[in-house]
Design a protein around this ligand. Sequence first.
Ligand code: 5BU
Length: 267
Amino acid sequence: MSPATIWGERWLNCEQPIARKYMEVACNKQSLVVLAADKNNMGELNDLIEEVGDYISALKTHVDLIDDWSKDAWNEFITKAKKKDLLIFEDRKHGDIGKIAKKQMGGVYNSREWADLITAHLISGSSVLDGIHEAWSEVNRKGGVLVLAQMSSEGNLLELPGYTDSVIEIGKSHSTCFGFIGNGSRPNELSELRKKVGQGKMIWTPGVNINVNEAVLGQRYGDPKEAILSGSDAIIVGSGIYNAENPKDAAKKYADISWNALLQRCE
Ligand code: 5BU
């Protein structure tokens, strides 16, 4: 199915190449699944991407989780993921002032060179977005930031009155903001977020698992279909896939649920 048929105006009016790429890949793979590849070593990461790469549309990493990280091994892994047509999304949760966020895009991990998308809190103000933008520009790349408007964890302080609204206001008008992280575990919060964000930016949602009781340490889970129907454009799923008895089957299942929910939302 063509992106224009599925995404309609959002595809036609979209000016961000990365958002277009995501919408296109999602249609090709019929999946709105972003894999949270929270593995601790390169071997397991490589195996996981081989196994489920065809059923997901983006790969979310936490580069600092890896025990045996090396530049070469990482570059090889990223090359493999790109061959599977995946956007690379580092969940860095930047939050420092602009000039430091810019430097933090370099350093040992040098995420400006390989990450297409990155997360940031706006706790320090909008300069974090400018800093990240400049870091990408210096290596002739243009990426997108997913700004944390909500979180999935219980008791998070983004829920304090006014915070989410301020974040939406800044993010909506900033060209480096690709979209927002919404709380996948609470469909009503997601619907509210979508209303406020409008159609111009993406909403991607962690806190999604078919087995909502599997949440530990303050994580909260909601149903993947509900998340999409409430306005999410991508479900971020980690343990629901990599801890499944058969990760490939689990990835296919999440892909089918997400895609069918999107079709239903388009009706
Ligand atoms: P899980 O295994 O599906 O619970 O993993 C969720 C992933 O999403 C994990 O990598 C978290 O760092 C990430 N996450 C989250 O769970 N909740 C949030 O609000 C944000 C990110 Br932001």
